[in-house]
Design a protein around this ligand. Structure first.
Ligand code: NDP
Length: 288
């Protein structure tokens, strides 16, 4: 057994992309999937289909999981018995930090080590220069398997706490998914005036460029707690959120997203931040 041997369990779009890049780079790849037929084309390209999860685990020191969530890991690995002892499991499935930590304890009870990870690119970018993956778990395990995992995407190791990779993954998706929803919402608002989404694109891009410019200064304010206003205070912006909600109501579209933002501003004013910068929203948000 050597570093070029890897098992991939879970052959959704993401797991399949991983198998393909490993095969393209000459690795020996064993695969297993609940729906075995999803392995057919991968086997034709050189992957070895294990008959059972236990056989898949026994085939390699390094077991990569690409599943819907951590519950799927238990469904698959619960019956493999002693095969897990001495193995390294790399779970690249999405879930909560708590689920990651719990999985570490479950695997340790069976003699296996866990690295947790979150792939930060869509499946069609796996294995490209742009691909990167957040990891957390034992540093020595990360170092030992760095080169094999680098095939999927650049590892960004975030620390020993098994929950950290998912914390980073969910934080980035928080930014990403909220951004996508806000674009869909803005498109629906404009559609009520007969405007096509494609007309929004160049303006939305400029808007996002502005957000990018604001990030560094905003982070400093959040980290230091200095929310001194530099020209766009909470009271002014709160009025704008009222106008977005009103415009959305007039347009007959969904109100949840603008109401959530409106609520941030209203609560910041209630907490005494009316004359502060918008970054003071952080103080309201973090308290839950
Ligand atoms: P899919 O949901 O398409 O695939 C999930 C895999 O999990 C399938 O192999 C499925 O098996 C298996 N599975 C789910 N539940 C069970 C269960 N109870 N028992 C056994 N097997 C189970 O997801 P993706 O491949 O798209 O993604 C995998 C992970 O990667 C997810 O956590 C996702 O959030 C993450 N991710 C995905 C990206 C993407 O672009 N697709 C981008 C970044 C991260 P079966 O085939 O039998 O249904």
């Amino acid at each position: 057994m050597n570093a070029s041997t890897v098992t991939v369990i879970g052959l959704g779009p993401m797991g399949r992309a991983m198998v393909n890049v490993y095969l393209a780079k000459g690795h020996t790849v064993t695969v297993w999937n609940r729906t075995a037929s999803r392995a057919d084309d991968l086997v034709a390209r050189g992957a070895v289909l294990a008959a059972t999860p236990a056989e898949a685990v026994a085939a390699s020191d390094l077991i990569v999981l690409s599943l819907t969530d951590y519950a799927a890991m238990y469904a698959i690995l619960d019956g493999v018995g002693d095969a897990l002892a001495g193995r390294v499991v790399v779970n690249l499935s999405s879930d909560s930090p708590a689920a990651s930590r719990e999985a570490g304890r479950w695997l340790a009870d069976r003699g296996a080590e866990l690295l947790t990870g979150g792939v930060m690119v869509p499946e069609n970018m796996v294995g490209t220069e742009a691909s990167f993956v957040f990891y957390s778990g034992p540093r020595a395990i990360m170092d030992a398997h760095h080169d094999t995992l680098d095939v999927i995407g650049r590892p960004h190791y975030k620390g020993e706490d098994l929950g950290l990779a998912q914390l980073w993954y969910q934080a980035l998706l928080d930014v990403f998914l909220t951004g996508l929803s806000s674009f869909a919402h803005a498109a629906a608002l404009l559609a009520s005036g007969g405007v096509k989404a494609e007309e929004l694109v160049p303006y939305a891009r400029e808007n996002l460029d502005l957000v990018k410019l604001l990030l560094a200064g905003s982070a400093t304010a959040i980290d230091t707690g200095d929310h001194t206003d530099h020209g766009a205070n909470v009271t002014m912006m709160s009025a704008t959120t009222d106008h977005i909600v009103a415009a959305s109501r007039d347009a007959g579209i969904e109100l949840e997203l603008p109401k959530a933002v409106q609520s941030h501003y209203r609560r910041a004013i209630e907490a005494g931040h009316g004359r502060d910068s918008w970054t003071s929203l952080y103080e309201v948000i973090r308290r839950g």
